[in-house]
Design a protein. Structure first.
Length: 151
């Protein structure tokens, strides 16, 4: 059984999170995964800034940061379960980027969550080839759920 835990650690109710959760479950289904779990944690710019500074050595906020547990040899999980890790999203950055890109907060949060999900699975965008694979997968998930990039 797949499990996503969502933690809203800001003082604002974010109604879009119900749909974001469904989008993430559709991504799990698209990847034919079973018995996976991970967390989606919504934080503010200050919190994500500290994470970025302490764990990546980058002294500024970012929109999304992931901690993939499968990258850690010290983490022990049952053989029949995959605990993928944590996705942190800054609601402040998400709101700003939605406005800058001219699309909804739902689109931005869904994009960032799915982007983080694929990072947890080991996908990256360090090279043009990696970026094409990862972004194609992300767009397929979002498009299949009807969350289109607005132009």
């Amino acid at each position: 059984m797949n499990k996503i835990e969502i933690f809203n650690n800001v003082d604002t109710d974010i109604k879009e999170l119900d749909i974001v959760e469904k989008v993430l479950y559709s991504a799990i289904e698209k990847e034919n995964l079973n018995n996976v779990s991970f967390n989606l944690i919504i934080v503010d710019n200050n919190y994500i800034h500290e994470l970025n500074k302490n764990y990546r050595g980058i002294d500024r906020e970012t929109d999304v940061i992931t901690f993939a547990l499968e990258d850690e040899d010290s983490v022990i999980v049952p053989d029949d379960e995959r605990v993928l890790g944590d996705i942190y999203i800054s609601i402040d950055k998400a709101k700003l980027q939605a406005e800058e890109f001219g699309h909804s907060l739902l689109r931005e949060l869904s994009f960032l969550a799915v982007h983080g999900f694929y990072h947890l699975l080991g996908y990256d965008h360090q090279t043009k080839e990696e970026e094409e694979v990862m972004f194609k997968k992300q767009e397929e998930v979002l498009d299949s759920y009807g969350i289109k990039r607005e132009v």
